[in-house]
Design a binder for this molecule. Structure first.
Ligand code: SF4
Length: 386
């Protein structure tokens, strides 16, 4: 099989992407990779010489949400780089070819070698793999064949990385992630439900620029995207620190953008760059839209009750949750807020976060008393949306 001779940069320019937009893309990628903006020049030069890399994209036990997320991204970024500019020789959902013709294209790519294998969906091992077969072959069989000559395997979405929803208890299909099957070559995990397309694009750009996969954590996740707790970069963190929580959907705190910890937010235990990269080309993200994080970048998240608060002491040092003690299990009262404000005001720098939050809320005309009223007598259970 022969591949186009144009470099990735040439291909993008031929497609009408301006040089200015291309440079913006390189800068965006440097930022996504958590590298200094000077690296953008390096990416520019690498993409100017890098030839289009063949990609085989397998879909196993999944909902196609990761492919959907990719197709919905715009600009000369994620979708074009990975789906157009690279040579996607096989993708069950979006390829024009079907049946024998499609299988032949995949076989030719596998035989030629040197391709990236992207896998979406979990592998079904139960009852000889009968629960997920394509063309009469099991998902495990198809994965092993496609991985054999790949230079690297990139698992996308929580299903392919950690088993996802198919693996949720009682796991009737005996679903597993890609790294449970492929152990003889590099497997990089980009979890999420769905994955963030920027993270896959940045991984591919890193591979093309530096000739290697990015540095990973012990769960095979790239550190540039999964090296920080969501909680550490969350825009509602000031409210967490000030003890300002949402207690019920639509209450005053919810309308004001307060912390969603009491509504089951898994941000304090989840590693992901959602708060900085966001979804839909940086438009928004779950917490930004008012929903608690469900921890979709972590293994087994489907077996963790979505709206049940986690035990902070299992994940964070005590110094990071000053307001979440026994007293803070209650919604804030006006007196409590005043007292806390006074006390914190005496204590050195911690007053800044609290004072800022209180001032912001006053400016918005939000009274903590309204929150108390809506939440009943202060017991968390009573204020639960159910
Ligand atoms: S608990 Fe959730 S909403 Fe609150 S600051 Fe942490 S990540 Fe943000």
């Amino acid at each position: 099989m022969s591949y186009p001779r144009e470099s990735i940069k040439e291909t993008l320019l031929q497609r009408g992407v301006s040089r200015r937009d291309f440079l913006k893309f390189c800068t965006l990628m440097a930022g996504a990779l958590a590298m200094p903006k000077e690296v953008a020049g390096l990416i520019d030069r690498a993409l100017a010489s890098a030839r289009r890399t063949p990609v085989v994209w397998l879909e196993l036990q999944d909902c196609a949400g990761c492919s959907e997320a990719f197709l919905r991204s715009s600009n000369p970024t994620a979708a074009e780089i990975v789906l157009d500019v690279l040579s996607v020789d096989y993708h069950e959902t979006i390829m024009a070819a079907a049946g024998k013709q499609a299988e032949e294209a995949k076989a030719a790519t596998i035989k030629a070698g040197g391709y990236l294998l992207v896998v979406e969906g979990s592998v079904s091992l139960g009852d000889d793999g009968v629960y997920c077969c394509i063309g009469g072959r099991s998902s495990e069989d198809l994965l092993r064949e496609a991985a054999a000559n790949a230079v690297a395997v990139i698992a996308v979405g929580n299903c392919a990385t950690f088993g996802g929803i198919p693996k949720a208890s009682p796991n009737p299909t005996q679903a597993v992630g890609v790294m449970d099957i492929i152990t003889d070559k590099p497997v990089l995990n980009i979890p999420g439900c769905p994955l963030n397309p920027v993270n896959l694009t940045a991984t591919v750009v890193h591979y093309l620029t530096f000739g290697a996969l990015p540095e990973m954590d012990k769960l095979h996740r790239p550190l540039f995207a999964f090296g920080q707790l969501i909680h550490n970069n969350c825009e509602r963190r000031g409210h967490f620190d000030a003890g300002e929580f949402v207690w019920a959907w639509g209450d005053a705190g919810h309308r004001a953008g307060w912390c969603l910890y009491k509504m089951g937010c898994k941000g304090p235990m989840s590693f992901h760059n959602c708060p900085t990269v966001r979804y839909n080309d940086g438009t928004s993200w779950p917490i930004g839209a008012g929903h608690p994080c469900i921890g979709c970048s972590e293994p087994g998240f489907w077996d963790v009750p979505t709206y049940e608060p986690i035990k902070l002491q299992d994940y964070l040092p005590p110094s990071s949750y000053p307001q979440v003690g026994s007293e803070a299990q209650k919604p804030i009262t006006a007196e409590g807020a005043a007292l806390t404000g006074g006390a914190v005001g005496v204590i050195v720098g911690a007053a800044l976060a609290f004072g800022y939050a209180v001032m912001t809320n006053r400016a918005k005309g939000i009274s903590p008393e309204v929150n108390t009223k809506e939440a009943g007598e202060g017991e968390h259970e009573e204020s639960h949306p159910e």
